[in-house]
Design a protein around this ligand. Structure first.
Ligand SMILES: Nc1ncnc2c1ncn2[C@@H]1O[C@H](COP(=O)(O)OP(=O)(O)O)[C@@H](O)[C@H]1O
Ligand SMILES: [Mg+2]
Length: 510
């Protein structure tokens, strides 16, 4: 490494360490658990720490360090296994908002990207409306070939941000390598891998052609959804540093007064938030993984609109089946089903007993069913489930963690709209619909042969099968009815009937 570059890296590391120490970030570290080599540094850090850093100190320090560290912080906020739950909560508060850069600089970026003057691309180009570490958004106007005009949103990459990322990631990479070399304790956390993952995701987030592609794929998936839409991409005005989409002239989900003035049904909107997220995850396996209210709008017809497709999550069919099975298993209180889903997906090694695992899962599921509907959190449920599954050697699944993290956010958005939202009844139709469709006539075509054979067996087995159905029905009737004020008797009866129907399908197939 060239000596000036190395000196620069050392100075920047000192500055980063200093800023973090000033905000008291290291003061919280217990010297007893730190490696002996780090103790003098910790003592120094304690000395320079502000007396009363107060809440938000960590996110303040990180914001001062700039975009790369904001991204690192946001990434670590999804990794309790690395930073621990307390720091994770601090990091979750990290807001990616920055002062805007001047309109003239944005114009220069656009002109360089298209090799044309700004006036040749837009008939009007406004001041920034929102700014974050990677980009900012302007409202602009374009003229079509037929002379008509329409408004667009233009997202422009922050000038110099690529260079900054490259430099900061090189620094972080060097530090991670040093740590792996000299701090055996740190090796378990795989710091080099963390920096690698981060650099890769930032590369995707800073190429707006990829964000445009995500927006376009997403739009195709939801084109028939009556209650959800996304802005269309203007490919002619999109490049690596510039993303142009339809301007969304709707009410921001943050604007409670406007939502009230427009007479939007908050309960209905909350339902739409949950159901569309689950539909995208289950039906399409492609979901918006940054669904905070700043990225959401509602139009006059009550339709939900999402913007910002920099971070999307994908689930393959196996993961979707797994998700539907566990959610449904919890809804109908079938913990064995939840356990088996884990084994079938290959997430938990077969060396564990299904019954033991089901028992641990029951410990999560049962307390939830004794709560009132508005206290049940699907996100919390998934969080607890992943904690339990870790005990059974389930490895961290990046996509599922992403889903769970997004679920926390989505649920927060929905609860703010409707504090009494019932997660279960809201989620049930989407989850059941998907399972039905997978197990129903359409999903069946794939294994029609197997189905026919099973049917043959079931018919030959007729009397026995009938007897089993009878016994099941008896048991369902004998079961004590749940207290109606607590969970709504009709809903549970429907669920019980569903459980029976599914049991029948299962019996016919085995
Ligand atoms: N198509 C659009 N129409 C109207 N406003 C938009 C549009 N796209 C983005 N915005 C506004 O700009 C803000 C920032 O855009 P976003 O894509 O979320 O960037 P970032 O990745 O920096 O969060 C959004 O929160 C929204 O308020
Ligand atoms: Mg955004």
């Amino acid at each position: 490494m060239n000596p000036f570059r190395a000196l620069g890296a050392v100075l920047r590391s000192i500055r980063a360490g200093w800023l973090l120490a000033r905000e008291g970030v290291f003061a919280a570290v217990d010297p007893a658990v730190a490696p002996p080599e780090a103790r003098p540094a910790l003592a120094l850090a304690r000395l320079v720490a502000k007396r009363n850093p107060g809440p938000g100190a960590l996110s303040r320090a990180i914001t001062k360090l700039g975009p790369s560290y904001v991204k690192l912080g946001q990434f670590l906020a999804t990794r309790a296994d690395i930073v621990g739950p307390a720091v994770m909560r601090d990091l979750e508060a990290l807001q990616d908002r920055m002062p805007p850069f001047p309109r003239a600089e944005a114009a220069a970026v656009i002109e360089a990207a298209f090799g044309k003057s700004l006036d040749a691309i837009f008939v009007a180009f406004g001041e920034p409306v929102a700014a974050a570490s990677i980009a900012q958004v302007h409202r602009a106007r374009v003229r079509e070939a037929d002379g008509s005009e329409r408004d667009v949103a233009v997202k422009v990459l922050r000038p110099g941000v690529m260079r900054r990322f490259r430099r900061d990631f090189a620094d972080m990479y060097a530090r991670a390598q040093l740590a792996e070399r000299f701090l055996p304790e740190a090796r378990r956390l795989k710091p080099v891998e963390v920096v690698d993952t981060l650099a890769r995701s930032v590369k995707i987030e800073t190429d707006f052609r990829l964000e445009a592609a995500a927006a376009s794929e997403f739009a195709e998936n939801v084109r028939n959804d009556p209650d959800f839409r996304v802005p269309l991409v203007d490919w002619d005005r999109t490049a690596q540093q510039v993303l142009t989409t339809d301007w969304i002239d709707a009410i921001a989900l943050t604007d409670d007064a406007a939502i009230a003035a427009a007479g939007i049904d908050r309960k209905g909107l909350a339902r739409t938030v949950i159901q569309s997220f689950l539909r995208h995850a289950l039906r399409d396996g492609f979901f918006h993984a940054d669904m905070h209210q700043g990225n959401l709008f509602v139009d006059r017809e009550g339709r939900l609109i999402a913007v910002d497709f920099g971070i999307m999550g994908r689930l393959d069919l196996k993961q979707r089946t797994f998700l539907a099975e566990i959610l449904y298993g919890f809804i109908v209180r079938d913990y064995e089903r939840v356990a088996i889903a884990h084994f079938e997906a290959g997430y938990v090694p077969r060396s564990h007993a299904v019954a033991d695992f089901a028992q641990a899962i029951r410990a999560i599921g049962e307390p939830i069913h004794s709560r009132t509907a508005d206290q049940i959190s699907m996100a919390k449920l998934l969080t607890l489930l992943f904690e339990i599954t870790a005990l059974f050697d389930m490895k961290t699944r990046t996509e599922l963690v992403m889903l769970q993290k997004t679920m926390v956010v989505v649920e927060g958005v929905a609860r703010r709209l409707d504090p009494r939202l019932d997660m279960w009844t809201t989620a049930e139709p989407v989850v059941r619909g998907w399972i039905e469709q997978r197990l129903g006539p359409r999903g069946k075509i794939e294994d029609v042969g197997r189905g026919l054979a099973a049917l043959g067996r079931a018919l030959a087995d007729g009397p026995q099968l009938l007897e089993r159905i009878e016994r099941l029905a008896e048991r369902a009737e004998a079961a004590p009815a749940p207290a109606p004020e607590r969970q709504g008797g009709a809903r549970w009866r429907t669920l019980a009937l569903w459980a029976i129907a599914l049991a029948l399908v299962w019996m016919a197939l085995t």
